[in-house]
Design a protein around this ligand. Structure first.
Ligand SMILES: Cc1ncc(COP(=O)(O)O)c(C=O)c1O
Length: 419
């Protein structure tokens, strides 16, 4: 028999196997200084394009003040215990009511982390007779939630209405046999490529099929819709989203998340979402901080305007220079280039060290082999100068990629990686 830990020494997992070469630089980099358009990486200033602080709230003086005062008043312990037992407060309820009103639902419920909340929400909403239909490219928290499901599940091709319809047909046949229902799950905004989920077309399918729709709007909340209430508002279908989800980890620049739906649904989730029933309540300083952020989101439309001005300048500038931004319809700005993994590593080093530009990089197996995806997240706190410097840097790196400079440099990297 094998020792349980044997595999740990022989197989570190799909990402872990790169740890020796990548850690500290490509993964687990240490971005230092206050969260803003310019931070420090390995001792030098870099323009930061990898933080989802869309509205620039993370370091806003009013937010910092409220956070500090709340921490001083409540510490980080209060309230102790799960919401059901001893961790419930007026302010938790107030935040839920305000969130529900903002996203135009009857009720809302807080969860400590979006990830755990989503896993648990899916678990609470389905029984083994039910069928889940979900986008093949959804966030890991949805995939993990579906993993807990004891019944059938079908994935559909990414954002593909024909495939959704086909899978709803299969799901309907199955659910008719089992006596269950159907839960369809999509993201409001797909975080990697920046497309909006085709919610309008999905909800139109409700005329033909009987299903309930759960939407993870982590990236849409605060950035899309007239008031910033998200992708449902943007597409005019908020009413048809049966369970709406957003995290505080992006536009709200904090920790925590919430679900919003009809009152009866939220009441049910409150008593059945195990990750929240059996976990300590969201800390008060986060609740107070979220109330402040929500207030700013509602009353300071200029934050979203500034964000979109920057999005237009960055995406427009990149497109003018002939860069391929794929199918993005949101702030998320993917730039697709052609190259190998070692070339991508040499390119990112050049970007960071010689141009002072810090963005995330995605390579195979997350995207097809031979493609490099550089992902930029514009925020309200970026400046025109940040954008101009970045556009110039991108032109320079493309030239070096095309003239084979990175190929030559990457030969050394490839050797280092044992390729
Ligand atoms: C689409 C999506 N869903 C869920 C989550 C998880 O949220 P949290 O960070 O609050 O756990 C994230 C990342 O933050 C996300 O991008």
């Amino acid at each position: 028999m094998r020792d349980l830990f044997d595999k740990i020494y022989t197989d570190k997992g799909p990402l872990g196997k790169w740890a020796d070469q990548a850690e500290g630089y490509f993964v687990f980099p240490k971005l230092e200084g206050e969260i803003s358009n310019r931070m420090r990486f390995q001792g030098r200033e870099v323009i930061t394009w990898s933080v989802n602080d869309y509205l620039g709230l993370a370091n806003h003086p009013e937010v910092r003040k409220v956070d500090a005062e709340a921490a001083s008043q409540y510490g980080s312990a209060y309230p102790m215990g799960a919401r059901m037992m001893s961790g419930h407060t007026e302010l938790h309820e107030q935040l839920q009511d305000e969130l529900a009103e903002f996203v135009e639902k009857e009720a809302a419920y807080l969860v400590n982390f979006g990830y755990q909340g989503m896993v648990s929400a899916i678990d609470s909403l389905v029984t083994k007779e039910d069928v889940i239909v979900y986008d093949v490219d959804t966030h890991a928290c949805i995939i993990d939630g579906v993993r807990l499901h004891m019944g059938k599940r079908f994935t559909y091709k990414h954002n593909d209405i024909e495939s959704i319809e086909k899978n709803l047909e299969r799901a309907t046949k199955l659910a008719e046999k089992t006596g269950g229902g159907i839960l369809l799950i999509s993201e409001g905004v797909f975080g990697m490529r920046g497309e909006q989920g085709r919610l309008k077309e999905i909800v139109a399918l409700k005329e033909k099929f009987n299903f309930r729709l759960l939407v993870d709007d982590a990236h849409g909340f605060g950035t899309l819709g007239k008031r910033g209430a998200g992708t449902g508002e943007e597409q005019g279908v908020q009413d048809e989203i049966d369970v709406y989800f957003a995290t505080f980890a992006k536009s709200m620049a904090s920790t925590g998340a919430f679900f919003a739906a009809d009152k009866e649904i939220i009441e049910y989730m409150k008593y059945n979402m195990r990750s929240q029933m059996f976990a300590k309540s969201l800390q008060m300083q986060l609740v107070v901080g979220a109330l402040k952020r929500l207030d700013m989101l509602r009353t300071m439309p200029e934050l979203k305007e500034r964000l979109w001005k920057n999005v237009r300048a960055l995406q427009g500038g990149l497109r003018e220079r002939g860069f391929n931004l794929g199918t993005t319809q949101t702030c998320i700005t993917p730039v697709y280039l052609k190259g190998s993994i070692p070339e991508a590593m040499a390119l990112v080093k050049d970007l960071r060290e010689n141009h002072g530009v810090f963005c995330s990089i995605v390579v195979y197996p997350v995207i097809p082999k031979g493609l490099i995806l550089l992902r930029l997240i514009p925020t309200a706190s970026h400046t025109a100068e940040d954008i101009q410097d970045t556009l110039n840097a991108f032109s320079a790196i493309r030239e070096r990629l095309e003239n084979g400079t990175y190929k030559r440099l990457s030969a050394a990297v490839a050797e280092m990686m044992g390729e």
